[in-house]
Each structure stands twice: as C-alpha cells, then as structure tokens.
Design a protein around this ligand. Structure first.
Ligand code: MF3
Ligand code: CO
Length: 291
C-alpha cells in the first residue's frame, strides 16, 4: 500500500503536488510505525490543505452560531427556542444544520439538560430553570464541509459541585489536547482524560466517543475517552477529529430513551457534562478549529 507511488506521480492527498514533494516522507514514517505494530491511519483520514481550509470556514460558522446561543440563552426559555436560534442563524450564515434529519434526528441541534448525557432533542416542553446545566451541541455544514462543537451553559445559580463538574469537563478537553501529537497513538488522549476525570472524582462515559470529522459528519477514527495509553491508531498531520468527553458526576452507566431512540441519560439520574472541540493534528502538535 505504501511507497508504491513514484516520486513524480500526483500525491494521493490530491494536493496537486508530486508524491515526492508531498506525502512520501509521511508514508515512510507510518511504514516504520506499522512495523513496530502500531495501527496506522488510512489515507482517507488525512485532509489536504484545501479540505482543511474548507473545514476552518465551516468552523467559523459553527463558532458564530454557538456565540449567538451564548448571547441569547436564558432562564425560562425552552430548548425549542434554542433550536430556532441555531436553525435560523445557521441558514442566515449560509450553512446547513447537520443534525436535522441525520439518521432521523428531528431537530437542528442537540440540547442536553442535567442528567441528559447527549443527543437531547429540543422541545417546547423543556424549559431552562435556575440551577440547570445544559449542553448545546452544534454541527454545521458549510460548502460541503462539516464542523462540530459543543459548550455547556449554566443557568442562574448552579450548585457548586455541579459547577465543578462543568469545569472539570472543560479542563478534561485541555488535558486531552496535550496528548495530541503527531506520530503518537490516539489512545493517549482518552487515557489522559480518563485519569484526570477519575482523580477529580467523576466518571467518563464509556460507550460513546468522538469521531473524525470534515468531509462527512462522522468519520474514522472513533475516539474513546476511556482508552489505554499507547493504544489506538497513530495520529498523523492532517487528521481531524473531535474531543468530546461526556463526564458524569456519579456512575458512568447510561441508558438511551426508548421512546425517541436518541436521548442518552445517566443511569443514576445524576448530572452529566460535555464540551466538544474539533482538533487538527499538525506537524508539530495540534490546532483547535472549533471551541
Ligand atoms: N456532536 C454530536 C455527535 O457527534 C452531534 C450529534 S447530532 C445527532 O454525536 F443528530 F446525531 F444527534
Ligand atoms: Co461530535
């Protein structure tokens, strides 16, 4: 599979450059790592400059939409109103809300309150109350490129321990980012996050993780946040994936709402928090393109 291309053949990444000038050295490095029994990424997981530019444009919209939510979210509003904010802002900026009709998802954004872990469906019945925490997860398509990020919002007076949950989850993203280094296995990201969260007395959801993103909504690799050190696929420059750990105050156990088939809840009904960023692996580290 590797090093079969001639130096002057067009590179597989479709940059238009010759293989010799483009990804030849890259393939050689991965070839070495494969010999050492590491799992290596497929070429499909590697974005070229043009694709990264498109993803960054999409991310700009994604961030602007979340900023708009941040400016307008308030106690007493329904999650349906958040859906309207996200939907209208996305269209106004020339984008498409990725969740809408995605595998049957009925709304343009996920809104997950308190014990809802993720994939909460906006509704006129769900009103933001004093003390609530809510994750707003925005995924955007712009000119065919996908971006994906989410933030937590605290409504009114949030219990200090719940606040700590939100803060620890945000810090967990930074702890994970520190492990995003080219030519290292991706399992390090989840291992660092899981260790940190456990040390803080909370637990990381095991069954749901992050994903590659950009050309499609959900691409390889799957990104676990309870992985082991030195396991998983090698991170290589041009790879883009989400870091989006779900952190529970109590047990890590979850269940899915049987009525709607989407919304994930904590098994013990205790609060759960999540932040999400999209990160691109670079030659010397990483670049966060959504936050
Ligand atoms: N960021 C979430 C995820 O990647 C967005 C899910 S949208 C949904 O899982 F439509 F799938 F719910
Ligand atoms: Co995501």
């Amino acid at each position: 599979m590797f090093n079969k291309l001639k130096n002057d053949a067009p590179c597989w990444c479709k940059s238009g450059k010759s293989y010799g000038e483009c990804h030849k050295e890259f393939d050689a490095k991965l070839g070495e790592l494969r010999k050492r029994k590491y799992r290596i990424p497929s070429h499909k997981m590697i974005k070229n400059e043009e694709q990264l530019r498109g993803m960054k444009e999409s991310s700009k919209l994604n961030i602007a939409i979340l900023d708009y939510v941040a400016e307008n979210i308030h106690e007493g509003m329904t999650t349906e109103e958040i859906n309207t904010l996200v939907h209208t802002k996305t269209l106004e900026l020339g984008g498409i809300p990725a969740p809408l009709n995605y595998e049957g998802f009925p709304k343009s954004v996920c809104t997950s309150i308190d014990s809802q872990v993720c994939h909460g469906i906006p509704s006129t019945e769900d009103i933001l109350e004093d003390g609530d925490i809510i994750n707003v997860d925005v995924s955007t398509i712009y000119k065919g490129y996908y971006s994906d990020s989410s933030r937590m919002f605290m409504i009114g007076n949030v219990h200090p321990e719940v606040k700590r949950l939100v803060e620890v989850t945000k810090k967990a993203i930074e702890v994970g980012l520190e492990q995003v280094k080219p030519w290292k296995p991706i399992g390090n990201v989840g291992a660092a996050i899981n260790e940190y969260v456990q040390k803080e007395g909370f637990s990381v959801v095991r069954e749901i993780g992050g994903h590659g993103v950009g050309i499609e909504f959900h691409e390889d690799p799957y990104v676990s946040y309870v992985s082991d050190w030195n396991t998983g696929v090698i991170m290589a420059p041009g790879m883009a994936f989400t870091i989006e750990p779900m952190v529970n105050m109590g047990s890590a156990d979850i269940f899915i709402d049987e009525d709607n088939g989407w919304t994930v809840y904590t098994d013990d009904n205790m609060p759960s928090a999540q932040w999400e960023v999209t990160v691109v692996v670079t030659e010397d580290g990483y670049e966060v393109i959504t936050w």
